[in-house]
Design a protein around this ligand. Structure first.
Ligand code: NYM
Length: 212
């Protein structure tokens, strides 16, 4: 038998405000999936290792100034430069857990006043996530967690605007997760959702493209 040559990995995206717990939960999900014997990798955007990523990093660290549209397109380019590798990995059966994706791109830029449809346009044709896990936490609560790293965007007033912009991006691929609970409780909820989606992908759910 040729086995499941059609089975692919899942594209699992975590989104939310800064300090919502995404990064810790992404790591936990990776260990969990690997423990179950699935092939999985942890990815994040921005990917600061590429030359585009280094320009983004300098901007976030306030070491450079860029026009709002310019930085938006760099964030998008940073996803486009990873698109083919992403598709290759998924088709080879590896599940990708991705810490931030196009929704961060649109939410953070439109929070600065850039038109939402303009923000979405360069994301069209990127791979659509199988599920978006949105860790929902009020901006005030995230700010209380402390440790905003001092990068651009990391202050309460701006995060409130980002929260509103995320709202209008919600669609049927989103799961809204109450991120105010303890780390283990959130982890437990995420595990079941992710496993369901990984299995659906394995069984042949087709890949689709943004925005769909
Ligand atoms: N960010 C992230 C954007 O503004 N646009 C994007 O497309 C992405 C992926 O970068 N405050 C913002 C959100 C974060 C910041 O992300 C850096 P992180 O997860 O802190 O490295």
């Amino acid at each position: 038998s040729v086995g499941n040559t059609d089975s692919r990995g899942g594209l699992i995206v975590l989104e939310g405000l800064d300090r919502c717990g995404k990064t810790s939960q992404s790591g936990k999900l990776l260990s969990y999936l690997e423990g179950l014997g699935h092939s999985a990798e942890l990815w994040r955007f921005p990917d600061r290792t590429t030359s585009v990523g280094q320009m983004i990093s300098a901007y976030l660290l306030n070491q450079s100034q860029l026009d709002d549209h310019t930085i938006h397109l760099l964030f998008s380019a940073n996803r486009w430069e990873k698109r083919s590798m992403m598709e290759t990995k998924l088709k080879a059966g590896t599940t990708l857990i991705v810490d931030r994706y196009s929704y961060s791109g649109v939410a953070f830029s439109s929070a600065k006043g850039v038109d939402v449809e303009w923000c979405k346009a360069p994301e069209i044709g990127l791979l659509a996530p199988d599920v978006v896990l949105f860790l929902d936490i009020p901006p005030e609560k995230a700010a209380e967690r402390g440790g905003y790293g001092g990068e651009r965007y990391e202050h309460l007033e701006f995060q409130k605007k980002v929260a509103q912009c995320y709202q209008i991006l919600r669609d049927s691929s989103w799961k809204i997760i109450d991120g105010c609970r303890g780390i283990e409780e959130v982890e437990k909820e995420l595990r079941d959702i992710v496993v369901d989606h990984v299995l659906a992908c394995k069984k042949g759910k087709p890949l689709s493209l943004l925005w769909s």
